[in-house]
Design a protein around this ligand. Structure first.
Ligand code: 13P
Length: 237
């Protein structure tokens, strides 16, 4: 049975109070209707400002979740105003999203930035969750960083076509078949790796993606902001 990774990317949402409420609600719903989480890794990625408190609440509530960050600095440390380094995150998270298309679109993140971030994450033993928009982007990563192939077992790959991400003007979810096909092409280039799908996943469509042989989880945006809906995804997975 394949192990599924279900990751909530909260993006630039939730204050400390809102995050605390989400975690308490998640805990209450889960205790009233327990789920079999044996083959599921549940990961929540809040903003940097919320991470430490989310970790504190999650520990107190004994939640079966791991924490991830949404980004890190490409620099190890030093005079880089506003940046959060891998070393700072090391004690807070096990995972970190890297190369999200929104960081590329709104913050000018480049392929080289992404490779530098992956190197630092691997050095600090934080699992990179690497978003791939298309195959040409993957080829560029492979050409720029030998880690993509050599350390591929330590990386979680996500096929996330930007057009399928909710919130944009005329987004449309990818079909499970197309997502599976592209995940397969990524595997052909890299080898036996873990690949998730991202883009408009919700509790209604999750099973259709997870039944595809190449897909081993989901990176969830909008539907992860509501604990009931996120638990619905976990339940229907
Ligand atoms: P949505 O699930 O809101 O489409 O977002 C996907 C995403 O960008 C996850 O990182």
């Amino acid at each position: 049975m394949k192990k599924l990774f279900i990751i909530a990317n909260w993006k630039s949402n939730k204050t400390i109070e809102e995050a605390e409420k989400w975690l308490h609600d998640f805990s209450e719903i889960l205790s009233s209707s327990p789920l079999d989480l044996l083959n599921k890794e549940i990961i929540v990625c809040p903003s940097f400002a919320v991470l430490e408190h989310a970790g504190y609440c999650s520990k107190n509530l004994k939640l079966p979740i791991k924490l991830g960050a949404q980004n890190i600095s490409r620099f190890e440390k030093g005079a880089y105003t506003g940046e959060v380094s891998a070393e700072m995150l090391e004690s807070l998270v096990m995972y970190c999203i890297v190369g999200h298309s929104e960081r590329r679109k709104y913050f000018g993140e480049t392929d080289d930035d992404v490779i530098e971030k992956i190197k630092l994450l691997l050095e600090y033993k934080i699992t990179p969750v690497l978003c791939i928009s298309d195959l040409s982007q993957l080829d560029s990563y492979i050409n720029r960083g030998k880690q993509i192939i050599e350390r591929s077992k330590e990386i979680i790959f996500v096929y996330e076509p930007p057009d399928a991400i909710s919130g944009g003007g005329d987004y449309k979810p990818d079909s499970p078949e197309d997502a599976n096909l592209n995940a397969g092409k990524i595997k052909e280039r890299i080898g036996e790796i873990k690949i998730l799908y991202g883009g408009s996943v919700n509790s209604d469509n999750v099973a259709s993606f997870f039944s595809q042989p190449n897909i081993e989880g989901a990176l969830v945006g909008q539907a992860g902001l509501d604990p009931l809906e996120f638990l619905g995804i976990i339940k229907n997975a």
